[in-house]
Ligand binder design. Structure first.
Ligand SMILES: [Zn+2]
Length: 434
């Protein structure tokens, strides 16, 4: 696998005027940032690196050298001053393989690159861009995806009023097909794209895939971000957030736990957060727990709402959480209902499935996609089916007194703990973890 690093001036920063301190060289716990990244790349299967840098970036080029000390082969290509990242990339196509990762030198990530490569190969888009839920939607470029995970639109900030999409922030890491870039008309001829090659690809009609990652990604462009990075490296968070390391999750039911229970929410405005729920999820986000929503949404099988409608409802959930600085790593839903005789029901969804809770399908999917350790994970629900699911999979269960408060009578179960609401449940979990 090959990776292209947009560094120094090629990364969009002006010439340093002889100042050798660039984010790439900032010391992160005894190792320069870019060196640390190169080591992670080599570990992840990248064999070749092309460093794109400007004329004033000698110190970065010297740092990378031939790549041997990091366990890979590196070459540096220098570009004229003032040339933007995209132009530098297009000018370098001759040195590039058929497909390659592209990222910036002032960031650190620890992604399972082989998994991303495999997802890209399966979907065969022009490019795959990493996205992740964000607790800062207002300061992020948001990526609007369709139901298949393909990019519908990029929404750079500032966002238009009333933008009603999920809080998925674009990350500065992508995987690109060389042939797609080569086919782009000159970027000077497409000023609408703002010089951004992903925007230009999308504007040209190319297919782009959004790749959701919950792994470690941190920019290091500001002193505050560098401090965060140092802390995360020092306390092992980078390693713990990687997909190599199994993590613990807090699984949450949706209706009656995160949002106020009402029979079958079929429109976004019907979704209202339970007081304190957003702040509770935010506390989870600051911990090492993954936050995962698992919810039965037979509203689809009943024909009261379609997949696009449900996506709009979940986009609203995202936005309400985002306003409180919170996000969920993943949300999984079961669209099915076992009753084939539902009036107005959809025949493709009325069936016995393996994902309608208390069946384990949704949690097992989350386990495989996020590499979760279920024995260390928790389930917070208001229904006996949530508790039954937790017991079946060896997770610790908390029944909350909101929503159905366990009075649904579906399963005969005894929860491990009974607490008032999500806020109290999260506090309890975090106290137990420390
Ligand atoms: Zn199902």
């Amino acid at each position: 696998m090959q990776a292209v690093i947009l560094a120094g001036e090629s990364g969009g920063r002006p010439a340093s005027g002889g100042d050798p301190i660039r984010p790439e060289r900032v010391d992160i716990c005894g190792e320069p940032l870019l060196g640390r990244q190169l080591r992670l790349l080599a570990r992840g299967g990248v064999a070749h690196v092309v460093l794109l840098a400007g004329p004033g970036d000698d110190h970065i080029v010297d740092l990378v050298g031939d790549g041997a000390r990091w366990g890979l082969h590196a070459v540096a290509l220098r570009h004229p001053a003032g040339q933007g990242a995209t132009d530098a990339l297009i000018a370098s196509l001759d040195a590039l393989e058929a497909r390659f990762f592209v990222f910036f030198g002032d960031m650190l990530f620890d992604l399972d690159l082989r998994a991303m490569w495999a997802a890209h190969r399966r979907a065969a888009p022009a490019a795959t861009v990493v996205v992740r839920p964000t607790d800062q939607p207002q300061t992020s470029e948001l990526v609007e995806l369709d139901l298949d995970g393909q990019v519908r639109a990029f929404h750079p900030r500032p966002h238009s009023q009333g933008l009603e999409i999920a809080n998925l922030a674009r990350q500065r890491l992508c995987l690109v097909e060389k042939s797609a870039l080569a086919a782009l008309p000159s970027l000077q001829a497409t000023p609408v794209a703002g010089g951004d090659f992903l925007h230009a690809l999308l504007a040209s009609g190319a297919r782009l895939l959004g790749y959701r990652s919950a792994e470690y990604i941190q920019d290091a462009a500001t002193p505050e971000q560098v401090r965060t990075l140092r802390r995360d490296v020092a306390n092992g968070r980078v390693e713990r957030m990687s997909r190599r390391t199994p993590s613990a999750a807090v699984f949450m039911d949706r209706d009656g736990v995160l949002n106020v229970e009402r029979s079958y929410i079929s429109a976004p405005e019907q979704l209202v957060l339970i007081p304190g729920a957003g702040e509770a999820v935010r506390r989870l986000n600051a911990s090492d727990y993954r936050s995962v929503v698992v919810t039965n949404q037979s509203v689809l099988a009943r024909g009261e709402c379609d997949e696009e409608g449900l996506a709009r409802i979940h986009a609203r959930l995202d936005r309400l959480l985002g306003r409180r600085g919170a996000f969920v790593d993943r949300l999984y839903y079961c669209p099915h209902h076992p009753d084939p005789g539902l009036p107005g029901g959809r025949s493709d969804l009325t069936l016995a499935c393996d994902c309608r809770k208390p069946a384990p399908g949704l949690v097992l999917r989350a386990r495989d996609e996020l590499n979760l350790d279920l024995a260390r994970s928790w389930m917070i629900g208001d229904s006996t089916s949530d508790i039954a699911l937790a017991q079946r999979l060896g997770m610790t269960s908390i029944l909350v007194r909101t929503g159905h408060a366990g009075a649904d009578g579906k399963c005969r179960v005894q929860p491990d703990f009974i607490l008032d609401d999500l806020a109290e449940a999260v506090n309890f979990i975090l106290r137990n973890a420390s």
